[in-house]
Design a protein. Structure first.
Length: 160
């Protein structure tokens, strides 16, 4: 029988394995459902707020998509193809589009990726390894989650 949680989860059949829900998120969703189903003014207020939020977010997303795709059509410019041609600038352009308010820019980037116009490949050496990329990514992750040195860990700095 598995002793740790990860091997216990891996041994569960696919249909029984827990999904991406975290206990706190599941609890929050349960509270929201309970509030929405509550009788009286509390339930009506909760349902009204949920409907308003849904309509406002939907309208904002539609507006940003209209803006991005409208500008592409107006200027006869395909942002996905342009990103595909500018290989060195794909990630900065995608980051800028993803940072724009609403998710219209992110939808454009995901559509370009799904259609194969953008790849987001890491720079590789002659043997096909992306060691420099992974070293920088792991160093950045370490910095974000740094809680002081731990026993047995080795720190590295990637320059250049």
């Amino acid at each position: 029988m598995p002793t740790d949680l990860s091997s216990a989860r891996a041994s569960l059949p696919l249909l029984v394995r827990p999904g991406p829900f975290r206990p706190r998120r599941l609890a929050l969703a349960g509270v929201l459902v309970a509030l929405a189903l509550a009788p009286g003014e509390l339930g009506a207020l909760t349902r009204g707020l949920m409907q308003d939020a849904f309509v406002q977010v939907s309208a904002f997303v539609a507006a940003t998509l209209l803006l991005f795709y409208g500008l592409e059509r107006l200027f006869r410019f395909d942002l996905g193809l342009a990103m595909g041609r500018a290989r060195a600038f794909q990630v900065p352009i995608a980051a800028f589009l993803g940072a724009t308010p609403g998710c219209g820019g992110a939808v454009v980037v995901v559509a370009a990726y799904a259609s194969g116009k953008v790849s987001f490949d890491a720079e590789r050496n002659a043997r096909g390894h992306a060691d420099k990329f992974w070293a920088v990514a792991l160093a950045c992750q370490k910095e974000r989650t740094a809680s002081g040195p731990r026993t047995g860990e080795i720190g590295a700095s990637v320059i250049g």
